[in-house]
Design a binder for this molecule. Structure first.
Ligand code: ADP
Ligand code: MG
Length: 397
């Protein structure tokens, strides 16, 4: 008979513990962030001696380790097991107003307090009572704090609460991916929130290599992940803002591609393929948001390019380029088939420009000889896939 354990055992995979590459995984150590962690812990440490922490504000581009460091510090604080010290991490994508943040804090520490129906004033009083009750030192980490709608109110309320407290304290760790965010705060909230400020710099290729090696060693079976793959993923991510999340995603996808193809090793070619897939995904999202006639133009080009019997094209370095006039005819035919009217060729040229700017196509002017001067068009992505995407998204097939 078939048993699950046999099915699992016979399944071929390069992964040992795939979760180690997930964005939700909190690694045990965070290399290259010792200095940042130390500064954060210095700001927070007073709570362990019964004093208020300094408010702390972290910012930097996505994937620079801000959320991970924040979680790490909160975990370490909890691990001290000091009964009067209470810490909570939350993401403001979910808790995006002063009311929701307050409600979350109270509900987290006071699960039997009913969830809804209280006015802000009641919640606020409740919070102060709870802090004073045992002279608690509360640290609230607000990740992606820029998502909070009434941000100035929130910061003002939570920082000024300390003036109303007879004992205990409330301190904030604010985190933002938006580098210019600080200037959106009014002066008063800014100076209270940014008592201590820390910028997270993008990782360079060498640091990303170190991070990927470590995470890769946990995620993949021994010997499977080759150095060439790690180096390429690190180099690509370093050139894209030093984003560790993207670097990890590239490795994860590369591994998944290997599993699909039943390959035993993860190499640089797999990382390259995974980058292509990631880019394609982004491009296809863009296609979905284009104005209708640009989508139909692209569709016309894709049908032309996927027609293997079609011979009126120019080949250049293995790429196929199509004559602008022919593409227009296909576009017009597609539009008419839908019972609509094609746009004029003046509009058509505008559309070409826009699609070129978005990187979905590439236009070049032909030299003399090929029917005088004419525009040639190359489709940036695989025609069959482009057709599929437009058929699904636009034509609803
Ligand atoms: N120093 C590091 N060591 C190991 N993994 C890291 C490190 N910095 C970031 N990461 C990983 O990169 C991803 C993005 O980090 P994150 O903390 O979410 O960045 P941010 O909050 O700045 O966007 C996460 O999967 C995280 O585990
Ligand atoms: Mg983050």
């Amino acid at each position: 008979m078939v048993e699950f354990k046999d099915v699992l055992a016979s399944r071929q995979t390069v992964f040992a513990y795939k979760q180690a590459l997930s964005p939700h995984f909190v690694p045990e150590t965070l290399p290259y962030r010792e200095l940042e962690l130390r500064r954060m812990m210095e700001a927070i440490a007073p709570v362990l001696e019964g004093q208020k922490a300094k408010n702390l504000f972290l910012y930097g581009k996505t994937g620079t380790g801000k959320s991970s460091c924040t979680r790490y510090v909160i975990q370490k604080l909890d691990a001290e097991q000091k009964p009067s010290v209470k810490a909570l991490y939350m993401n403001c994508r979910v808790y995006d107003s002063r009311y929701k943040v307050l409600q979350k804090v109270i509900h987290h520490f006071h699960p039997d307090f009913a969830k809804t129906g209280y006015s802000f004033a009641v919640l606020y009083e409740k919070l102060l009572d709870w802090v004073e009750e045992e002279a608690r030192q509360l640290v609230v980490a607000l990740d992606e704090i820029d998502m909070v709608k009434d941000l100035d109110n929130l910061v003002y309320t939570l920082t000024r609460a300390n003036d109303d407290l007879r004992s205990g304290s409330i301190s904030l760790i604010g985190v933002s991916n938006k580098v210019d965010f600080k200037h959106r705060l009014d002066a008063r909230s800014r100076s209270s929130l940014c008592e201590e400020e820390l910028v997270f710099q993008p990782y360079n290729a060498e640091q990303l290599t170190g991070i990927l090696k470590k995470r890769g060693a946990q995620a993949f079976k021994e010997g499977v992940l080759k150095e060439s793959a790690v180096n390429l993923a690190a180099a690509i991510a370093a050139s894209e803002n030093g984003d560790a999340r993207y670097a990890l995603l590239l490795l994860l996808r590369a591994g998944e591609l290997c599993d699909e193809k039943k390959k035993a090793d993860v190499l640089d070619v797999d990382v390259e393929a995974s980058r292509k897939a990631a880019e394609e995904e982004k491009a296809f999202e863009v296609i979905g948001t284009l104005p209708e006639h640009q989508q139909l133009l692209l569709y016309g080009l894709a049908t032309l390019a996927s027609d293997v019997t079609y011979k009126r094209l120019v080949e250049e370095d293995g790429d196929k380029l199509y004559f602008s006039g022919e593409v227009y005819e296909r576009y017009a035919a597609t539009v008419k088939k839908l019972g609509k009217k094609p746009r004029t060729s003046r509009w058509y040229r505008e559309y070409l420009k826009e699609l070129d700017n978005l990187g979905l196509i590439n236009t070049v002017q032909s030299g003399k000889g090929v029917r005088g001067h004419t525009t040639l068009i190359r489709l940036s992505y695989e025609p069959e896939r482009v057709k599929q995407v437009i058929e699904q998204k636009v034509l609803g097939e």
